[in-house]
Design a protein around this ligand. Structure first.
Ligand SMILES: [Zn+2]
Ligand SMILES: [Zn+2]
Length: 175
């Protein structure tokens, strides 16, 4: 039996969480971790009580293709964490590298590191910010190749067939 790494666990959970998104343009999931414990999760969706992209379609801003209807996954994860002290020194696992706005929120909240599966479109600006923040926040791509949440989950479950393992344990079959 191969043991799942922490990166795989938290990025797998971020990938699952992205399935709750109500935005049609992009589905993003984020998991906030401190001392190897999950303290919060978030996905991109409309503010509570507001209509969702899945009902009305995405809402494009004046500057291009980005949907402006939703609160981003990273901000929702910060909002639903149990308080500022818990967030300080944490690591954000996300299916997508944060946008510039989220990056600034993460820095203000005291998140130390962001681990992600896919690059975001304005990565150059984020890289510039990361290199000029006096070490406040680090960015790490999980792999050199971009991986979609679907590919990531497929990889996890085809390598480690959980259902088979549970059955084997139940019937006392050792592998
Ligand atoms: Zn949308
Ligand atoms: Zn964002």
């Amino acid at each position: 039996m191969s043991r799942m790494t922490r990166d795989e666990l938290f990025l797998g959970l971020a990938s699952l969480t992205s399935r709750r998104s109500t935005c049609e343009r992009a589905q993003v999931g984020a998991v906030l971790v401190r001392d190897n414990r999950i303290i919060s999760v978030g996905y991109n969706g409309s503010p509570p009580g507001a209509a969702h992209c899945s009902e009305l379609g995405c809402l494009q801003g004046s500057r291009g293709a980005n949907c402006i209807r939703t609160i981003h996954a990273e901000v929702n994860a910060i909002l639903h964490a149990p308080g500022n002290n818990a967030v300080r020194g944490s690591t954000m696992y996300s299916t997508l590298a944060p946008c510039l706005g989220c990056t600034k929120v993460l820095m203000a909240a005291g998140v130390n590191e962001v681990v992600f599966l896919q690059y975001y479109e304005d990565q150059d600006r984020i890289t510039f910010l990361a290199e000029n923040n006096h070490g406040q926040i680090r960015f790490r791509a999980y792999s050199p190749e971009e991986v979609t949440p679907e590919e990531f989950l497929h990889g996890l479950f085809s390598i480690q067939d959980c259902s088979t393992r549970v059955l084997d344990r139940r019937w006392g079959i050792s592998s």
